[in-house]
Design a protein around this ligand. Structure first.
Ligand SMILES: NC(=O)c1ccc[n+]([C@@H]2O[C@H](COP(=O)([O-])OP(=O)(O)OC[C@H]3O[C@@H](n4cnc5c(N)ncnc54)[C@H](OP(=O)(O)O)[C@@H]3O)[C@@H](O)[C@H]2O)c1
Length: 324
């Protein structure tokens, strides 16, 4: 297949951690006709504004990386915002992409779509096989609706309009452009900030909630961006071989997990913190393990390239750049 590097590609959420990594990857591959809008210029919750944007720009492809994203605390505190914003953004973008003639779109979900007690590693067929984790249920429901929306448009308009809307479910991501907010961030950026501050303030120890025993999987964001473009560039028959009309998405993971204690040690090393790491086991642990099965994507020929030590070191560099 020859790839048209001049086709117009809209990256929604291009200033976010994932969106900016997708822009880097597309540019690296030689795609030259990329379009984006800042959140302030185009609020994707606004249907009229989104309709006008697609009518004016008429992109050929869309990467939908705009979303309201946050950690447990933010999801618990703002459940209404998480479900409303995400449903509005994705409904507007997917529907108006379709109306303006976009044939190819990539929707980004997340591993939280899988049931709380899903068998590990979680494969694509565990979607809707059980109850979700309550803390991020509103966010997960929006993401599941996004997958089903893409599938439904494929099923109804695939043959008649050539619609080919794909979805990927990345595991926990980290990397440059992450949100290092002390309360509203994910585990890696939160630990980077805490270990960095502990080093600067010469704290003798860093206390981490829980036992440190739960296992989690982490993928460097540039690997995720590479996988996203890889999936979009796959021939339709290859993509369809690995998916099915009502299970039309692929997991993107690192392929193995580590304990939170191992992660904390790795972050301490990346940030050059030499004090003690203490685990407060009176605090809740969350699920014992969250690992995705990336077998389908691996069989299609994609593998991650950046290991945790290198990825943490790049991310710490990014954190320090924004601090100054
Ligand atoms: N981070 C992870 O660990 C992870 C893991 C799995 C999946 N994902 C998925 O990857 C996607 C992107 O996540 P991310 O980590 O890159 O998040 P992020 O850094 O917060 O980026 C999200 C982007 O979306 C924009 N946005 C949000 N609401 C908008 C609106 N109403 N109108 C226009 N733009 C809006 C944000 O702009 P402002 O900042 O200006 O609001 C931001 O640029 C999400 O779908 C997420 O589910 C992320």
């Amino acid at each position: 297949m020859t790839i048209d590097l001049q086709q117009k590609i809209y990256i929604a959420g291009h200033r976010g951690m994932v969106g900016s990594a997708i822009v880097r990857e597309l540019s690296k591959k030689g795609y030259t006709n990329l379009v984006y809008r800042m959140h302030q210029e185009l609020d994707l919750r606004n249907q009229t504004a989104v309709a006008n944007f697609f009518e004016t720009e008429k992109p050929d492809q869309v990467y939908l990386a705009a979303a309201k994203v946050g950690g447990i605390h933010a999801n618990n505190t703002y459940p209404a915002v998480f479900i409303y914003d995400n449903l509005m953004v994705q409904n507007n973008v997917i529907h108006h992409a379709f109306l303006s003639g976009v044939k190819k779109l990539l929707f980004l979900g997340s591993s939280c779509i899988y049931p709380k007690l899903a068998a590990q590693p979680m494969s694509e067929d565990s979607l809707l096989a059980g109850k979700l984790e309550p803390t991020n249920e509103p966010y997960a429901i929006a993401k599941i609706a996004g997958i089903k929306m893409c599938e439904s448009y494929n099923r109804q308009y695939g043959k008649s309009h050539g619609v080919d809307y794909r979805s990927v479910m990345p595991t926990n991501l980290y990397g440059p452009g992450d949100n290092y907010h002390p309360e509203n961030s994910h585990v890696i950026p939160a630990l980077i900030r805490r270990f960095h501050e502990a080093k600067v303030n010469q704290q003798a120890e860093v206390v981490i909630w829980g036992t440190g025993i739960p296992r989690r999987e982490f993928l460097y964001v540039d690997d995720m961006a590479r996988a996203s473009v890889y999936v979009m560039e796959l021939e339709k028959d290859q993509y369809e071989l690995a998916t099915s009309p009502m299970q039309s998405f692929l997991n993107i993971g690192f392929g193995s997990d580590i304990t939170i204690a191992e992660l904390a040690t790795a972050v301490a090393k990346a940030t050059h913190y030499s004090g003690k790491i203490v685990f407060d086991s009176s605090k809740p642990d969350g699920s014992p393990q969250k690992l995705m099965s990336s077998d389908q994507l691996n069989q299609l020929g994609w593998k991650p390239r950046v290991n945790l030590a290198a990825g943490l070191s790049y991310t710490y560099h990014d954190f320090r750049t924004i601090q100054v």
